[in-house]
Design a protein around this ligand. Structure first.
Ligand SMILES: NC(=O)c1ccc[n+]([C@@H]2O[C@H](COP(=O)([O-])OP(=O)(O)OC[C@H]3O[C@@H](n4cnc5c(N)ncnc54)[C@H](O)[C@@H]3O)[C@@H](O)[C@H]2O)c1
Length: 378
């Protein structure tokens, strides 16, 4: 098995999850990390011997096969284009960039330089979501005509919750949509094989200003009453409701919120076809609910996910949950394997899929801003 040398740029919440997942694969060595904050401490905690504050220096000094970019969204373009120009394969966190124009340029560059270029839409890599994709493409629920769902969290519920994600300069012009809505939209299009062709969106920003703690907080860390705050204007949405139509005539709707109290990270989809409906939720991620009109409804459990394409995503027996870190592991396994086996079944999102989400993001923003249906041209 080929051994790979990898570095991570951005070792915050998700960078650490990348390192853990990569190490579980066995054939990937995380040789270096880069962060502008507390890098020596992070390197010690994570047991990585080479560490940097400047990704360019790291790329010059290390002999890398892959780089994982886990920094705030507004840095993705510069880091990815620099690394690709050094012929390094890329795993880029979502959203791909802050604008569709940047994403398009990265896609063109990745093709010209023939590097493996992936975006971490890891929700595709759960056994259940993969199984649903195959059920739909095998016509097991008939023609799909409507799709509903939510992606809801509560970590930005209080006015004292603040993160770089709330500022359009670092996040891009949407926040909830780019940050979590993009996961739902990518998953929905991946599973159903349908493409959104028109959107109507409405945004809500609950707090026009938020209180940013003057001392640094980690992603998802809650501020306390003893802290002092700066008052910050908010120019991104907390909540979005998106209605859409697809190329196969489906009507759909998704509710995205980072302020739904008690809902920590719920992704849910209800896909209605002419023969049956399918419901899946991240809260119960091993199981798939199938609804019928004329027979008993059923729950497909992990031991019944027997399709060969799905079996290869299962590393533990039924009753042993495979969750968020496992989807990362499976995604990276597929990306790295595909980099040396171009004919392998490609499950991961490539830069074309990352660009697709950036285009949808722009159209959703335009619709919410202009308060009208907007067509997706490509
Ligand atoms: N796939 C997922 O489910 C998922 C989940 C969370 C975050 N993300 C994405 O991952 C990215 C990072 O999010 P996060 O929650 O880990 O953020 P974070 O704020 O917790 O971590 C970002 C880290 O990047 C570092 N950094 C910033 N600029 C840098 C630079 N120029 N060079 C080196 N380091 C730099 C920061 O110091 C910080 O440690 C975002 O694009 C986010 O959307 C994806």
């Amino acid at each position: 098995m080929k051994k790979f040398k990898t570095a991570i740029v951005g070792v915050g919440f998700i960078g650490v999850a990348h390192i853990e997942a990569l190490r579980r694969l066995g054939n990937i060595e995380v040789v270096a990390i880069c962060d502008q904050f507390d890098i020596e401490k992070k390197a010690k905690q994570l047991n990585v011997s080479h560490y940097y504050t400047d990704y360019k220096e790291m790329i010059e000094k290390e002999d890398l096969d892959f780089i994982h970019i886990c920094t705030p969204n507004n840095t993705h373009y510069d880091i990815a284009s620099y690394a690709m120009n050094k012929h390094i394969n890329i795993v880029l966190e979502k959203p791909m960039t802050v604008t569709a124009e940047e994403a398009k340029k990265l896609l063109v560059l990745s093709k010209a330089l023939n590097v493996t270029a992936a975006v971490n839409f890891h929700n595709r890599l759960y056994p259940a979501t993969s199984h649903i994709k195959h059920m739909i493409s095998n016509n097991q629920i008939g023609h799909v005509f409507s799709i509903q769902g939510v992606y809801i969290q509560d970590w930005l519920l209080y006015q004292t919750d603040y993160s770089w994600r709330l500022n359009s300069k670092t996040s891009g012009k949407t926040r909830a949509v780019a940050d979590i809505g993009s996961h739902w939209l990518d998953l929905m299009e991946y599973m159903t094989g349908q493409k959104i062709v028109e959107v109507l969106a409405e945004f809500q920003t609950v707090y026009p200003t938020r209180k940013k703690a003057t001392q640094p907080l980690k992603t998802f860390e809650t501020a306390s009453s003893e802290m002092t705050y700066d008052e910050m204007p908010i120019d991104t949405e907390d909540v979005a409701v998106i209605t859409f139509k697809t190329n196969e005539g489906s009507l759909g709707n998704v509710y995205v919120s980072q302020m739904a109290a008690g809902k920590k990270n719920r992704i849910q989809l209800l896909i209605s076809g002419e023969k049956a409906s399918i419901e899946w939720s991240l809260d119960d991620l091993s199981n798939i609910s199938v609804g019928y009109r004329d027979q008993a409804n059923k729950v497909i459990t992990k031991d019944q996910l027997l399709m060969p394409e799905v079996q290869s995503l299962i590393d533990y027996p039924t009753g042993h949950m495979e969750g968020f870190p496992d989807a990362f592991k499976q995604n990276f396994k597929n990306i790295y394997y595909s980099s040396t086996h171009p004919d392998a079944l490609k499950r991961y999102a490539g830069f074309e899929d990352g660009l697709r989400q950036m285009v949808l993001n722009d159209k959703i923003y335009e619709s919410a801003n202009d308060r009208k249906w907007v067509k997706i041209d490509d």
